[in-house]
Design a protein around this ligand. Structure first.
Ligand SMILES: [Zn+2]
Ligand SMILES: [Zn+2]
Length: 373
């Protein structure tokens, strides 16, 4: 009979307050769930949005949606996993029977999304608690913790030789970035690309564009050191974004010989989305990978949409299928074609979760990883 355990975790009591590392109670995995001993968790800008309160989520909550570890307990009815399996975690489990799932769009599952935003598991209840009070889950994962109960469908088995810190990043940043290039846009050899915002997702888009054979890869950011980093990873030109969308776009158009086919934006900032849109050539598309604030609006020169056949594409989780895409990404990593270790700039223990979040917020970190075991 499965028993409840405790786990150390970084708890967010309320939006806008510091994370507190505490011992939480963790109920046993329910039907179709497993408990994972986490080894690593990335800190993503979506965690920042939740922690800062720019996106509203139920609190108290344990943030973190980019984790990897080892299965240590399985719930009733779990068929595809065994204790001891190494897994990377997907924050997009799916029901398999709603309209979007039947359209082969499981990452847009109409059943899982509302439940995820409500802060519970797929049955609407939580496994986490603190002194008897409910603690919410974040994206079904809550990976700022040593242990997590997660849906079986959030687990993708990975080869034992893959480092957990790499597998963790594949759980969000990498898949969002390379997926936007490979799946949402479908960049083909010799197409031109620009990437706005060079955190974990943006840098992953650069690496994905290299693999796709893009002829021009223009990296754009406000921080010069990030541009250097992007150049070392394969960017062919760099542009400093000084806040004026028209200026940045003009520089990208010049650097790419007349505009790009796809301009990827990683933070959901309206000014950067406008700059990315203006950087495209005829038939080009801005690809919005970043999630804007709930009240954000974007201003674009509408006439160029028909006249130049410019497009705006949304991309969530890189339009990916984790079951298919995590193994493909990790296979390229193991063969040395996708140097994902370049994304990790900071490694910190769970006790420094707040510092890790601060390093991502300031832009100092491409990706900060919490080492959990
Ligand atoms: Zn994320
Ligand atoms: Zn569904």
């Amino acid at each position: 009979m499965a028993e409840a355990v405790t786990t150390r975790a970084a708890l967010l009591p309320a939006a806008g307050t510091p994370l507190r590392v505490v011992e939480l109670d963790l109920a046993p995995p329910g039907p179709g769930e497993v408990r994972v001993r986490l080894h690593a968790s990335g800190v993503c800008s979506d965690d920042l949005n939740a922690i800062d309160g720019s996106v509203e989520i139920p609190c108290p909550v344990v943030p973190g949606h980019e984790g990897a570890g080892v299965v240590e307990e399985i719930g009733v009815g779990v068929r595809g996993l065994a204790v001891g399996d190494h897994v990377a975690l997907s924050w997009a489990p799916y029901c398999g029977s709603c309209e979007q799932c039947l359209r082969d769009l499981p990452h847009l599952c109409g059943t899982a999304w509302p439940l995820m935003l409500a802060g519970g598991m797929l049955d609407g209840t939580t496994r986490l608690s603190f002194g008897g009070a409910v603690v919410h889950h974040y994206c079904f994962l809550s990976s700022f913790a040593e242990r997590a109960v997660v849906p079986e469908r959030s687990c993708v088995r990975i080869p034992a030789e893959v480092p957990f810190e790499i597998a963790a990043l594949v759980g969000c940043a990498v898949t969002s970035g390379v997926g936007a290039v490979w799946r949402t846009a479908g960049v083909r050899p010799d197409e031109r690309v620009a990437v706005f915002g060079l955190g974990g997702t943006g840098m992953s888009a650069i690496l994905g564009a290299v693999v796709a054979g893009a002829s021009d890869i223009v990296a754009v950011d406000v921080l010069p050191e990030r541009l250097e980093h992007a150049r070392a990873a394969g960017a062919t030109a760099t542009v400093v974004f000084d806040g004026a969308p028209e200026d940045a776009a003009e520089a990208v158009v010049a650097a790419s010989g007349g505009g790009v086919d796809y301009a990827f934006e990683s933070r959901g900032r309206p000014a950067a989305v406008r700059a990315a849109f203006l950087s495209t050539r005829a038939r080009g598309a801005v690809v919005m990978m970043g999630v804007p604030r709930g009240d954000a609006e974007i201003s674009l020169p509408a006439i160029t949409i028909p006249r130049m056949e410019r497009r705006v594409l949304g991309s969530i989780y890189g339009s990916s299928r984790p079951d298919r895409d995590f193994p493909e990404i990790l296979n390229l990593y193991l063969r040395g074609r996708l140097p994902l270790e370049r994304l990790i700039s900071h490694r910190m223990p769970l006790d420094q979760a707040d510092d890790a979040v601060a390093a991502v917020r300031s832009g100092e970190a491409t990706r900060a990883v919490l080492k959990l075991a």
